[in-house]
Design a protein around this ligand. Structure first.
Ligand SMILES: Nc1ncnc2c1ncn2[C@@H]1O[C@H](COP(=O)(O)OP(=O)(O)O)[C@@H](O)[C@H]1O
Ligand SMILES: [Mg+2]
Length: 256
């Protein structure tokens, strides 16, 4: 798996009202990597996500998945959004099965994989519940199970835990980290939460806003054997402070 984002620019509007939102964004993502894009609100994160998802086209530059130009949505990219995007009239299990049904997989296989992925996200006992009967964190785990069940090459997460309370967010970060360790998935996390990015991602790109562009890239080679320890460890805190001051300086140049 190789996702290549090359000199991607995106503007909205025409003529004098043209608004550049992404400016020459380039990065690579390889199999098994966990990459994060961090930027404040309005820095073009969701726009980038939509371009990779194939829901919109770059104004210039290109995005390739295993060498193929992305021309539209596809099952090779699994998406999880901030807003719980489950079908409210389907149970947790039916939501997980949904993408596989669309793929036309045999019924027995769909049943088996649904059970497997519900177990992976720890929701076997909630299989028959409707989304409104589940907590926010549980709904996001169903959304992750649904995305993974379709066997995407890459999991794309756009502020997946942004709507959750702090405590639940931390347990979801632990969950996603374990999932990454256990399944070797390839993930792109898009977030405004620097701490979340550093906890989970091996590589972090910082996006400056208006227009969105990568101003800093760091390899976050940290000991992730325990996220609880990592959260209070010196190398983690030092890196977080350094990048936080980078983000603050971006904000102050905007307001100056
Ligand atoms: N379809 C659109 N038409 C016009 N402007 C848009 C559109 N989509 C996004 N934008 C603008 O692009 C900027 C970046 O938005 P977005 O990608 O949602 O940022 P983020 O996800 O980082 O908060 C915002 O100023 C937003 O108003
Ligand atoms: Mg967004």
């Amino acid at each position: 798996m190789h996702l290549q984002v090359s000199s991607v620019c995106k503007s909205f509007g025409y003529g004098p009202k043209t608004k550049p939102v992404l400016d020459a964004v380039s990065f690579d993502l390889h199999s098994g990597q966990f990459l994060a894009l961090v930027g404040s609100s309005g820095s073009g994160k969701s726009t980038m996500m939509r371009l990779i998802a194939g829901l919109d086209r770059p104004s210039s530059g290109e995005i390739r998945l295993d060498g193929e130009l992305i021309r539209g949505p596809g099952a090779d990219r699994g998406m999880v959004f901030q807003k719980y995007s489950l079908y409210p009239w389907l149970t947790a299990a039916q939501n997980v099965a949904f993408g596989m049904r669309l793929q036309g997989r045999p019924k027995a296989e769909v049943r088996e994989r649904t059970a497997y992925f519900l177990e992976v996200v720890g929701l076997v006992d909630s299989a028959r519940l409707l989304p409104r009967e589940l907590s926010g964190g549980m709904q996001q785990r169903v959304a992750i199970a649904r995305a993974l069940a379709a066997e995407p090459k890459v999991l794309l997460l756009d502020e997946p835990f942004g709507a959750l309370d702090l405590q639940i967010r931390e347990s979801m970060q632990d969950f996603l980290h374990r999932l990454w360790m256990q399944t070797g998935l390839t993930a792109l996390l898009i977030t405004h939460d620097l701490e979340e990015a550093l906890l989970l991602a091996q590589q972090v790109h910082i996006l400056a806003p208006r227009p969105g562009r990568i101003v800093r890239s760091v390899n976050a080679d940290l000991d992730r054997s325990s996220l609880a320890h990592l959260r209070v460890s010196q190398p983690f805190l030092a890196l977080r402070e350094e990048l936080a001051s980078c983000l603050r300086s971006l904000d102050s140049t905007l307001t100056a």
